[in-house]
Design a protein around this ligand. Structure first.
Ligand SMILES: [Zn+2]
Ligand SMILES: [Zn+2]
Length: 369
């Protein structure tokens, strides 16, 4: 099939910015050196850009996993323009199509099924999206946000003034304009681009299907380190309305911490979380699927596995039901009531039983491995 025409503006932009970051910046560093402030500004603006994409473009606007104060929305809209990843409106429109038609090579704008290179960058280098380039029918809700509209209308003015203005001002103040343009401009942009592009490429190729095998998205703790928490992509595609991607307290998800922190300061509200029983069910079902496949391959009997799955699932669901009720009573300051004390006793017993069931479940899974 004939490939669509090349978008020369994008190709030139990526070639120039890559050469500036990978060739010009190291040469400048070798001959002139970089000061501590170059490195500090690089890290600060890199984090600002990436978090604007993950907490703003992605979890706020594309998925509406929480609501944000206008001050925070402006902060993210400016950071997204600094990151040069298109306007909120365009990015979110693409991303909603990606979720809706994930892995459909004809519709998913950056389908990983078309290979690493295509999902990482290739999709932006040719006119693959021409037919729906101006179609914003799936983001009408976002068009009502005046900040999104303003950023979309003045996107390029914001891109140039921020990407040239910030390094130049910093360079003028600290005495190295060209070094600032290289380090705070191009190196920062190169790092921001590739670490966010990894979410479309590697996060659909490398890692585990912890919660679902219905899509190619993977959970990968190492990728989470590079992507401000977005590496828990299997969870994200399974429960896209959750403001978290890494759900365990120790999962590295700075985007989740930023949103939670903003809510403590009154800058974010309505943080959406998936009910725990749904998460447990998805994880157990996926484990059952995996263990059954292995048992079948080895010719082992998996009847006990299925029986045990049913019992563990039923106990877990009962446990979370009771816990929800207990938390409601605690909130209503009825913790010491007879009903609450009885509930608490039942919860402790069920918790112990669930722990034993889960330990046995792990043992059964290991036997199949
Ligand atoms: Zn998403
Ligand atoms: Zn994805």
């Amino acid at each position: 099939m004939k490939k669509p025409p090349i978008i020369w503006a994008n190709v030139t932009f990526f070639v120039v910015s890559t050469l500036m970051a990978l060739v010009a910046a190291p040469l400048w560093g070798y001959f002139h050196g970089f000061a501590a402030w170059h490195w500090v500004a690089l890290v600060v603006l890199f984090c600002y850009c990436n978090l604007s994409i993950t907490a703003g473009y992605h979890r706020l606007w594309s998925h509406k996993t929480y609501q944000a104060h206008p001050a925070l929305r402006w902060f993210f809209a400016l950071g997204g323009a600094l990151a040069i990843q298109n306007s909120v409106l365009h990015w979110s429109s693409d991303h909603r199509v990606h979720h809706r038609h994930v892995d459909n090579d004809d519709v998913d704008p950056y389908s990983a099924g078309r290979g690493f290179w295509y999902s990482h960058m290739g999709w932006m280098l040719r006119e693959y999206q021409a037919s729906r380039y101006q179609d914003y029918s799936n983001v009408r809700d976002l068009q009502k946000d005046p900040i999104v509209e303003f950023q979309h209308r003045h996107y390029w003015a914001m891109v140039w003034s921020l990407n040239l203005g910030l390094p130049i001002l910093l360079g003028l103040a600290l005495g190295d304009v060209f070094g600032a343009l290289l380090m705070v401009g191009f190196v920062r942009l190169f790092l921001t681009h590739h670490t966010t592009f990894f979410i479309n490429s590697l996060a659909h190729i490398w890692g585990r299907n912890t919660f679902s095998s219905k899509h190619s998205a993977k959970d990968n703790g190492f990728l989470a380190l590079l992507t401000f928490g977005e590496g828990y992509h299997n969870f994200h595609h399974t429960f896209e309305n959750d403001y978290r991607n890494g759900i365990r307290w120790f999962d590295y998800d700075p985007t989740k911490w930023l949103i939670k922190g903003a809510s403590k300061l009154g800058l974010a509200k309505g943080l959406r979380k998936t009910p725990e029983e749904m998460i447990v069910k998805a994880r157990l079902t996926r484990q059952l699927e995996e263990a059954t496949e292995k048992a079948q391959a080895k010719g082992l009997c998996f009847a006990e596995l299925h029986r045990h799955y049913e019992e563990t699932l039923a106990t877990a669901q009962r446990y979370f039901q009771l816990r929800k009720r207990w938390l409601q009573m605690k909130k209503a300051k009825l913790k010491q009531s007879v009903e609450a004390l009885e509930l608490r006793k039942q919860l402790e017993e069920l918790g112990d039983k669930l722990g034993q069931l889960q330990a046995h479940w792990q043992k059964l899974r290991l036997q199949m491995a």
